[in-house]
Design a binder for this molecule. Sequence first.
Ligand code: SAH
Length: 346
Amino acid sequence: MELKKKDIRALTKEQLREFFVKQGDKAFRGNQVYEWLWKKSAYSFEDMTNVSIETRQMLDENFVINHIKVDQMQRSSDGTIKNAVRLHDDLIVESVLIPTASRTTACVSSQVGCSLDCRFCATAKLKRMRNLNPDEIYDQVVAIDNESRLYHNRPLSNIVFMGMGEPLMNYNNVLKAIDKITSSEGLGMSPKRIVVSTSGVPKMIKKMADDNVKFKLAVSLHSAIDEIRTSIMPFNATFPLRDLREALEYWYAATKNRITYEYVVWDGINDTRKDVEALVEFCKFAPSKVNLIEYNPIDDGEFQQAHSQAIDMYVNILEANNITVTVRRSRGKDIDAACGQLANKG
Ligand code: SAH
């Protein structure tokens, strides 16, 4: 019977060093291979040219490198790029490169599908198949970084966990991926340039605070009124706003990091003065910023973007209450790469 080969990137550097010592080799060989696997993103053992051919063969007999493959790359007229990424078990996730004048942002997926059920989101129509492994998240970032250098002549500057999935429901792997992304043995990026976006899982927000993480937090709020939020994000019935708010207070007390709220204003759903006032109230307990994001229609969507008067009302009332607010236009709509459109087609 052929033994199933192990994913070599599931090993820590220490485990890899121990493996080589057990093989009668030097621990240092582990460092070399580790560098190929992470810093140099090797696709195969053959690439590891400073390691002997015998060692490469031995690795090949024992391990696999489950590197992602960019199956399809689409380029938008606004410079946005969407990658359809094939995983080793043939499942597909998507990641997006978003260029602006001053930065290039990678929007990466954390799960195949999503276990949440936000009614306005295309990804929610897919059921959650599985969590991504740390290396699968890392590889998406590397692929976008390469594309950024190739098509925009500059390295990636920022990362947002706003692709498919709920990152806090795959917390351990997201954390491990961020460790690699920020480590000098990986991409060496600053955690301050990474945003983890969540629909709001209170227990995990507290855990992040306890873990003393250095990246930033964004919360997809969309309504500060329980009844309305539950009607568009049904899991809010399980994690109501009171619990979310308590967790965010805990987060702010521990990190002193401003909280960003993602918020779409829909016609007839959350476009009244009462809705804005509830949002203002919700923002009061910690320094907050509100990103009003444009609604991107999904095929069978029953939701409509609110009229511009409603958006103006939000901006005016928030500003009058000293809450920073930005109105964000979507990018990459023509290739279904905008917020909530991932998995729209196929
Ligand atoms: N599950 C995480 C990560 C996904 S982020 C989260 O909810 O934060 C994707 C962002 O796009 C979220 O803010 C989500 O609320 C928003 N979104 C989803 N569908 C959308 C749509 N059709 N138009 C605009 N934004 C959408």
